[in-house]
Design a protein around this ligand. Structure first.
Ligand code: 5CA
Ligand code: ZN
Length: 414
């Protein structure tokens, strides 16, 4: 499906350090270098397009945009893939509730998402792939799983047997009780009779009255959620790739099951080298979520004349892995910061830029530490404007380097 257009990214005079990322599976910070002769390969789980992009989504996509940029600045090519869950229970339920065609709803919200991502200067995925368009890939993968005995039928539905992958549980590291609880909360059906294990997820959901369906060798139906991302990643990135990312609400069951589906076909080869998860953004005391309705939409802020670069800066004040609460004050602080940054670079000369460029790149290579990178820019701005004493203008070309690194590494256009 159509992606969005890429912003210009300035090249930098120095090469950034190798990227280290916290891995959910091992709990360790791992250097993620692409395989010999391969680009760096990143999959970030995309939206379920039944409502507009909220700041939680934006924090996740801006967060992993830092990874894309850090790899590029370290000299790597990057293949970035993202899905759109354009058919699934929550989308169909919302469409039925508001009495609009589910295809129309998905198309409308996906288009709004593209505009939001473009405004936030998020680099677009090379392959932006919808669930509906990937049904042939899903069917093929289920057939491959069938050939190794990893799936079974329950009535009209096809389920994946979690015991098919000996590494099941390693991605999340959760105990069984936690798994059972989260599976029930996040789209799973632990109580369906006839399953071998309550945790087994559906990979093909047989046709139901009033729901869309597609023909397949298992009968008419539609894909399960986890197999969608597993099949798309496998096709567009390969059976093993560098980083699987998304919000921490996807650690289990989504990324665990996706890894299981893939690893059942390639025993002993981890699906992703690193599983990276962003924290949850809250609002009014709870996780910002479509089902709770406590949302702040990127498009609404844009429509109220907020500079998207201020939205991006507000998000970058938090580490991608931390959970945090959105407050309107943070946006106004970011508007002020942006104005200060722009005022400082408008001077041309400023405090020495080179140590700032080095520090920004080092911070981002160190598990995407945006707050640390922003602190370095803030300090340069304060020194240049003289808000901490005398204005330092000893570097005649400072602004050029600062503008370039802030744009290239942080995605903020000054
Ligand atoms: N379509 C699936 C993934 S395949 C999905 O989870 N869609 S979503 O629209 O619910 O979320 C899109 C992305 O935003 C996911 O990576 C999700 O983990 C992340 N996300 C959702 N809510 C928040 C939040 N409050 N804070 C941070 N990230 C969030
Ligand atoms: Zn996904």
């Amino acid at each position: 499906m159509l992606s969005w257009s890429a912003p210009q990214v300035p090249g930098l005079a120095i090469v950034a350090p190798p990227v280290r990322l916290h891995d959910t599976a091992t709990g360790e910070r791992i250097v993620v270098e692409p395989d010999e002769g391969q680009p760096a390969r990143l999959y970030v789980c995309g939206i379920t397009p039944y409502d507009a992009t909220h700041l939680g989504h934006a924090a996740t996509y801006v967060g992993y945009d830092l990874l894309n940029r850090a790899w590029r600045n370290a000299g790597h090519e990057v293949t970035y893939v993202q899905n759109v869950t354009d058919v699934d229970d929550p989308l169909l339920e919302r469409a039925a509730k508001v009495k609009i065609d589910w295809v129309e709803l998905a198309e409308r919200e996906t288009e709004l998402f593209r505009q939001d991502m473009h405004a936030l200067r998020v680099l677009p995925p090379a392959d932006y792939i919808g669930a509906v368009e990937s049904i042939p890939l899903v069917v093929e993968m289920i057939q491959d799983l069938e050939a190794v005995g990893a799936v079974y039928r329950v009535g009209e539905d096809v389920y994946y047997d979690v015991t098919a992958d000996p590494a099941f549980g390693k991605e999340s590291g959760y105990d069984r009780d936690t798994m059972l609880e989260l599976f029930g909360e996040r789209g799973g059906d632990p109580d369906t009779p006839g399953k071998r294990d309550p945790l087994d997820p559906v990979v093909w959901r047989g046709e139901r009255e009033g729901e869309p369906s597609w023909p397949s060798p298992f009968g008419p139906g539609r894909p399960g959620w986890h197999i969608e991302c597993a099949a798309i990643a496998r096709r567009y990135l390969g059976a093993a790739f560098d980083v699987q990312a998304g919000g921490s609400d996807l650690i289990f069951p989504h990324h665990e099951m996706g890894a299981g589906h893939a690893q059942a076909l390639t025993p002993g080869t981890p699906f992703a080298k690193v599983y990276s998860h962003s924290g949850m953004v809250g609002y009014d005391g709870e996780k910002m979520s479509k089902s709770r309705g406590n949302l702040v939409f990127v498009s609404a802020l844009r429509n109220s004349d907020i500079d998207p670069m201020a939205i991006r800066l507000a998000l970058l004040r938090h580490h991608v892995r931390s959970d945090w609460e959105w407050t309107d004050d943070q946006l106004f602080d970011a508007v002020d910061s942006l104005a200060q940054w722009r005022k400082a670079v408008a001077l041309g000369a400023g405090a020495p830029a080179e140590p700032v460029v080095t520090e920004v790149l080092a911070a981002l290579a160190d598990d995407l530490d945006a707050p640390r990178a922003l602190a370095a820019v803030d300090a340069w701005v304060a020194a240049t404007l003289g808000t901490d004493g005398l204005a330092d203008t000893s570097d005649p070309d400072a602004a050029v380097s600062i503008i370039a690194v802030v744009d290239s590494a942080l995605g903020v256009a000054l």
